[in-house]
Design a protein around this ligand. Structure first.
Ligand code: SAM
Length: 330
């Protein structure tokens, strides 16, 4: 590491032996969102593809992911979420989890559409997976199929039950709210969350990788939903290092509201970097064009140290999205 980079680390907060990088806006860097594939067995009408809007040249191997995660962990990024595409269609997903969990991150999670969860939940847990997020846009078979392109609701519900039964904890369900499509199902979903004991995340649609007419048609305002939830429930938490998201308790359910659009508070509490399935590091879902290629570093003799240098450089470039671009989606 050269002198310049040393200074960057020193100016980060050091607590005990743990180094945490802070950006120029005082935001710590704590989370890695690592895409393991761009392939998917679903065709969700709203999918942002994690901002990976290019055709991937290849897919990272488990050992390459290990180097990336090791570099992250050396710099204080200890919470790892695997995403995609659909992570569970990687034939070596269990090996990936095993390889990464051997580094003992503080958190190792996967977000999945849940289609292969029934078969894979147990092997993944045995490999070291700690928890899981399952996308569930509807409890109505027809609506589910319309939204995802797959007649998979029953199978996904079985996978969800399996994940809960074997003790992946917590299990979270991600429901992207879509105007006139699943808006009316929020309270059924809250009821199910209470019965099955998963945390429900209600997510505002983000305008990434979709034509503006589609976004206008599908985007639902979460403010009125949140008002109703807050009037019937109690605010129990604000996840400061996760976009300051509010969590409410309603009866037996915990419901988290994820409102990324036109929300400076969300960006100001962003603590993530992202790596694409073909090894490009980027700092914001809304702006993946500005990426840092890790491939040369991965091929080098000392991939971990070289990736660390790139992460430190990328951290300096992190900027809350709203500060430069919040007006472009009108
Ligand atoms: N296939 C996996 C899944 O379904 O979780 C991983 C990839 S998916 C892109 C990751 C998460 O992003 C899912 O929870 C999905 O609901 C959410 N998501 C996808 N497109 C979105 C959008 N346009 N706005 C907000 N969230 C979105």
């Amino acid at each position: 590491m050269n002198r310049k980079h040393n200074i960057s680390v020193i100016t980060s907060i050091v607590s005990g032996s743990v180094v945490v990088l802070y950006d120029n806006y005082g935001r710590p860097l704590l989370h890695l969102r690592l895409s393991v594939t761009q392939r998917c067995n679903y065709r969700c009408m709203y999918c942002h593809h994690e901002g990976e809007i290019w055709k991937p040249s290849r897919e990272l191997s488990p050992m390459e992911m290990r180097s990336i995660v090791k570099a992250c962990m050396d710099l204080g990024i200890k919470k790892i979420k695997l995403t995609g595409g659909e992570p569970l269609i990687r034939e070596d997903i269990v090996e990936i989890v095993e390889t990464l969990s051997s580094l003992e991150p503080e958190d190792l999670a996967i977000t999945t559409n849940g289609y292969y969860l029934e078969e894979l939940a147990l092997p993944l847990k045995k490999a070291g997976l700690m928890r899981i997020n399952v996308s569930l846009p509807s409890l109505d078979k027809k609506v589910y199929e319309t939204v995802t392109g797959v007649d998979g609701l029953d199978k996904v519900l079985r996978g969800l039950k399996k994940a809960l039964d074997i003790g992946l904890k917590p299990v979270k369900v991600n429901m992207v709210i879509l105007k006139d499509i699943n808006e009316g199902e929020v309270w059924d979903m809250i009821k199910l969350a209470s019965q099955m004991k998963f945390i429900l995340q209600l997510i505002e649609l983000e305008p990434v990788d979709m034509p503006s007419y589609l976004y206008r048609d599908l985007h639902a305002d979460l403010d009125s939903i949140e008002r109703e939830i807050s009037s019937r429930g109690v605010l129990v938490n604000r996840r400061r290092y996760m976009h300051n998201r509010p969590q409410y308790r309603i009866g037996g359910a915990v419901v988290e509201i994820v409102k990324p659009v036109h929300n400076p508070d969300f960006c100001l509490h962003c603590t993530r970097i992202r790596v694409s399935s073909d090894g490009k590091l980027y700092t914001c879902l809304m702006d993946s064009s500005n990426h840092f290629d890790l491939n040369k570093a991965l091929e080098s003799n000392d991939p971990v140290e070289n990736i660390k240098e790139i992460i430190i450089k990328a951290n300096r470039a992190r900027k809350p999205y709203f500060m430069s671009r919040c007006d472009i989606h009108g």
